[in-house]
Design a protein around this ligand. Structure first.
Ligand SMILES: [Zn+2]
Length: 255
């Protein structure tokens, strides 16, 4: 009985403390890095998910955004939507109205965007074509928009955020968004950030997006990025290294 109580209390303490461990068989204890637990147990991340190959409209962890907050039908991860609602409310109290222009996009939707642009820049050689698209758009299976964690807010033009109204919105986001979990990931490239150009409109919910990126980096290779025109360019352009991971240092350091 004593042994049973001891085992039980050990289990309880393991269950509730941060140092994650699992009990195998009767006594063997294996320590598992907490990020593995976070990735595979709590968040239930899969390769298909991070590659955008799933249907967010039927996924119970996603929710449709109320149309009053978006310019078109938008879906987000439930946690992200809850955080956005909090942020939207706080912004509104300061006279700022946040509007979601884009949220989750799956592989097929990103493929449609990519191939429309691919077939528009026919005068360019394949490498230049891809580089032109990659100024602001991702290759399918390499977009943070697959994850339901990333939002495009108010305008898809950096110059808008220099206008009086746009600057007020951007300044508010810079001062307040981080406290709701949202970070601008495609910041100025002056600090050696690689990948996409500056996007003042793109905000990422890092409490979820960072574990997803961690999973992506541990499980996805260039062999997983295919199924659309021009995918062969992914290798030469270091899509995973320079684009998927081409985020601000602050975002990389977030945990
Ligand atoms: Zn975006």
């Amino acid at each position: 009985m004593k042994l049973l109580v001891a085992t039980f209390s050990l289990f309880i303490s393991l269950f509730y403390c941060n140092a994650s461990a699992i009990i195998i068989g009767s006594a063997e204890i294996i320590t598992v890095p907490s990020d593995t637990i976070k990735s595979t147990k709590k968040l239930n991340i899969t390769k298909s998910f991070v590659l955008g190959k799933f249907d967010y409209k039927t996924d119970s962890t996603f929710v449709k955004v109320n149309t009053q907050y978006s310019a078109k039908p938008v879906y987000l991860k439930k946690h992200v939507y809850a955080a956005f609602l909090d942020m939207h409310e706080a912004a509104q109290k300061d006279g700022i109205v946040l509007l979601i222009l884009s949220g989750t996009r799956n592989f097929d939707e990103q493929k449609a965007i990519w191939e429309r642009k691919w077939n528009a820049y026919t005068t360019l050689q394949p490498l230049q074509r891809a580089l032109k698209i990659l100024e602001y758009s991702s290759m399918p299976s390499s977009s943070r928009h697959h994850w339901g964690t990333d939002l495009d807010l108010n305008s898809l033009s950096n110059s808008y955020f220099s206008s009086e109204k746009g600057k007020a919105i951007y300044d508010w986001l810079i001062s307040n968004a981080n406290s709701f979990g949202f970070y601008q990931v495609y910041t100025t490239k002056e600090n050696n950030r690689t990948g996409y150009k500056l996007e003042k409109w793109h905000w990422s919910y890092l409490p979820l997006a960072n574990p997803y990126l961690e999973f992506y980096n541990s499980n996805i290779t260039l062999d997983d990025i295919n199924g659309f025109e021009g995918f062969e360019m992914a290798k030469e352009l270091h899509i995973i290294e320079d684009y998927v991971n081409g985020i601000s240092q602050q975002a990389k350091d977030y945990n």
